[in-house]
Design a protein around this ligand. Structure first.
Ligand SMILES: NC(=O)c1ccc[n+]([C@@H]2O[C@H](COP(=O)([O-])OP(=O)(O)OC[C@H]3O[C@@H](n4cnc5c(N)ncnc54)[C@H](OP(=O)(O)O)[C@@H]3O)[C@@H](O)[C@H]2O)c1
Length: 253
């Protein structure tokens, strides 16, 4: 039975770093999930034959069911599942279309639950699930309202799942990074560079997340800066935290 890792959003900034780190894990294949075939093939060309491109739009029920069927047919030993794909739009909630809302909830929340549900029957003791949440899950975040709320869902879901799966020996880790230097970030606003306090490289986040999951931690918070944000989110009233956030983004809204 092939030992595999499954990673969604494998072609993105953080996803590629996870793929590169997963090559060091004891797995025969890395199922790299994303929509863009060209980028998926590029990933295989870059990281070798261990990488198996799996084209799948996580916003599509048919595509997710096709991935479910693939797991059912091959019956692999899933050692690691990383629900990394995510999407988010910044801006005023009133500008969000129903499609924006559906996409965010389907990819960031629904797909995470479905893939956990489909993978767990093929996981043995020692297997690990990493779900990518965000530091934006620490407090309500105006102007990234929906995205941040979706990441609260991921963090809560993952930590509770970790408790449920303890008896099976499966660890679930909610990864909560601050700003990561990837294409997800809009680097310019009105021709001026946008500041991202505490920005880190995607490799640093991936390495820390896999280390924390191997240690059995239910949360991974990378860098002292984000640990401090996490502490503040518990120490200060949420109204104060939101005022501080609004002050930080006043040049962009
Ligand atoms: N960047 C940050 O500052 C930051 C901070 C905290 C948390 N995060 C979280 O970290 C994770 C990775 O983000 P990133 O910064 O690496 O983003 P990214 O560079 O934009 O990559 C996103 C990845 O998700 C895939 N994807 C998007 N929509 C998809 C869909 N419908 N179906 C399947 N795959 C889809 C993309 O591939 P295709 O387009 O080919 O499908 C791509 O591989 C996300 O969950 C994000 O919310 C990011």
């Amino acid at each position: 039975m092939a030992k595999i890792a499954v990673i969604t959003g494998a072609t993105g900034g953080l996803g590629q770093e996870f793929v590169s780190e997963l090559l060091k894990e004891d797995v025969d294949e890395i199922w790299a999930v994303a929509r863009n075939t060209e980028k998926l093939n590029g990933l295989k060309a870059k990281y070798g034959d261990k990488v198996r491109p799996v084209k799948c739009d996580l916003g599509s029920t048919d595509d997710i069911e096709a991935l479910h069927a693939l797991i059912g047919t091959e019956r692999p030993d899933i050692r690691i599942l990383i629900n990394n794909a995510g999407t988010g739009k910044m801006g005023s909630t009133t500008d969000f279309t129903p499609d924006d809302i559906n996409k965010t909830i389907n990819i960031n929340c629904r797909a995470v639950c479905l893939l956990c549900g489909y993978a767990i029957p093929f996981m043995k003791s020692g297997a690990r699930i990493l779900n990518i949440s965000s530091a934006s899950s620490f407090q309500p975040v105006p102007y990234i309202n929906l995205y941040a709320a979706s990441k609260v869902f991921v963090r809560s879901y993952t930590r509770a799942l970790n408790v449920e799966l303890k008896s099976k020996g499966i660890t679930c880790t909610a990864v909560c990074p601050g700003w990561i230097d990837t294409d997800m970030l809009q680097k310019e606003h009105n021709g001026k560079p946008v500041k991202f306090p505490g920005l880190v490289s995607p490799n640093r986040v991936a390495v820390q997340a896999l280390r924390d999951s191997a240690k059995g931690r239910d949360m991974s918070v990378c860098t002292l800066f984000v640990k401090y944000e996490h502490y503040l989110s518990k120490a200060l009233p949420q109204k104060v935290l939101m005022k501080m956030w609004l002050n930080g983004i006043k040049d962009y809204v």
